[in-house]
Design a protein around this ligand. Sequence first.
Ligand code: ATP
Length: 363
Amino acid sequence: MKDVYQIAVVHGDGIGPEVCAAAVEVVKAALGPDCPLRFPEYPAGAAHFLKTGQSFPQPTFEACRAADAILHGAGGLPGVVYPDGTEAGLDFTLRLRFELDLYANIRPIKLFEGVTSPLAGVKAGDIDYVILRENSEGLYAARGAGALLRGQVAVDTLVQTRAGIERIVRKAFELARQSNGAPRDGVRRVTCCDKANVLRSYAFFRSVFDEVAKDYPDIETEHALVDAMAMHLVLKPGHFNVIVSENMFGDILSDLAAATVGGMGMAPSAEVGDMNGFFQAAHGSAPDIAGKGIANPYGTILSAAAMLDWLGRGHDDERLLRAAEQIRRVTEACLANGLLSADLKGKSSTAEITGNVCDRLAA
Ligand code: ATP
């Protein structure tokens, strides 16, 4: 347990500052006047790139590395790109993942009471699984390193290492062990999602998965090809408990999965390595709704709760674990009471939702 925890806060672009400020307010409300967290702010993102020519200043990187945890709103703006067409505003998230070795991207997908799923006949509690996205290698490790030849040929390479696969698969089994199993049958199950029938790299991912699985005989295992998985997540979401996949597949599936539980605004994430933890909602900067005060802050608030959990467990700090639990409880109650933003077909503004969550936490 520490007296003070430094949280490096980077607001980012679009709705980033709106949802990030909401999450900081909520964390402060949950921990009360003796809050042991400090929230120094640092610049990064597409808007900062336009202003200064730098998307991720070195001092921001150093501060993030040294902090106890990193909290982010969202980064990137369409059109703010490098000459090769890639987005400048994504540097912050991508560099942190690769340079701080944040190999596990944990994305809980849960349908809460009060939120309507676009899937027919699905109610709260029927969808409750985790997508565990390998976050430090895979296809995205090629960012900035692929070849573009004479404007005619472009190549990016998918990298998978035995050590990288082993550690993410172990994490998947550990998450399954801590869980209550799949909603449909209560079975603790890890699904390996790949494209092993086509590419050698995914067949390797699957073979390492099968080796590691032998150490967890108490957990059921299965394989699913990513294309079939896109269908399963729509047709039988209640079957899943923990899904582990390569980086890009995890990215794509998490947007599909988020849509089934109310949309991107309802999708928290925790990106953790052995040393550092980085917390932001799974959505982007949503420039179409930025500045209107209507962004859904729940995803970032739940990501902040995950941050408190991670810090609390890492530092054996009951105060933080309790605060995380309270934030989750109050969030669920607010959703169940119809405190919904426009993306959830409600009328509540970001400020109303945040204020209500804080008031309930203080009560
Ligand atoms: P990225 O690739 O950076 O993740 P994206 O292109 O997937 O970004 P997002 O910014 O995640 O796009 O959002 C897609 C759309 O979903 C937005 O345009 C917005 O309408 C909606 N959306 C995303 N996040 C939220 C939110 N927190 N509240 C309300 N609507 C949101």
